[in-house]
Design a protein around this ligand. Sequence first.
Ligand code: SF4
Ligand code: SF4
Length: 327
Amino acid sequence: MTTKRAVQIVAKHATWLLISLATGGTLIFYFTDAPALLLGIAAGDVSANAPTWIVVFTGTTYGLAGFAREQVCTFMCPWPRLQGAIWDPEAYTVNYRDYRGEQRTSAKKAVELRLQGKSAGDCVDCGQCAAVCPNGIDIREGPNFACINCGLCVDACDGVMLKLGRQRGLIDYESWKNIERGHRNEAPVNRLVRPKTIGLTAACLALAGTITVAFATKTTATLSVQHDRDPVAVRLSDGLLRNAYTVKLLNKSSSPHSYTLSITDVDARMAVIGNDGVAPIEVAPDSSESLRVTLTAPALAQGDVVFTARDETGATVLAARDRFVDR
Ligand code: SF4
Ligand code: SF4
């Protein structure tokens, strides 16, 4: 450990931390009003939440990308498990054409063997394919569930083959069935339509349809009502019944809205606790308001009650149904 080495180590980890901050730490901007948060951070005017999450995201990125690395791909990422489930022997994944590459031998030895009429594989055992693999895989050992099909080994081997004047594709996107066909000297077959591809295409289309419907029917506000459980109803001294509810208004839009609350289906007097009569209720952007609401009516009035919230434009009308009961 020399001073130079210590400086190098510090510089390396400082760079890692900077990259982690720029990639993981900035993830927080995805969940909030990014320009406003950036200005807030610059002015030092943010809640403790923002810096806490920036430190958490920066730290996890530094730890996972800096130290755990391919262990994340292999053991934490769900993709390798999913890949195994959607794979079938006709699926194109990165494979080594061992029927062409084996027996491995140097280029010089291969020339000698071929001159003697003996067979020699195209793989010169240079190790380039394993050296470039971000997951530390030697694909020549066979298909590997941790392979992310990045194709770096394909490019590396193609470069070697090019230099040796040999045909590219010793490592390639190839199906396992075609590798087996290669062993039997049969031509490769491209079977794109198979039970798995049909099933997966149907699943993707169903998913895309569900997302489209969800987007098309997306609301910018919701209204929910929860009846008090205990007591369910209170009988007043004048014989009237009172039911209490928690009404929640959620404004999912990026602008403030004021909602006017009303009820139908039950002839009752509505009161919003803490609100002046039934004045419009202001709900800030991306926020919710929880209201205590009581309905007072004669006992005979029991039945379904519909709560309606209308925004100031009248364009958004939200409704939620509950019960007015005597016990
Ligand atoms: S890069 Fe190609 S030639 Fe080199 S070891 Fe890998 S498979 Fe063999
Ligand atoms: S495709 Fe990528 S992850 Fe898979 S073996 Fe090749 S280099 Fe490794």
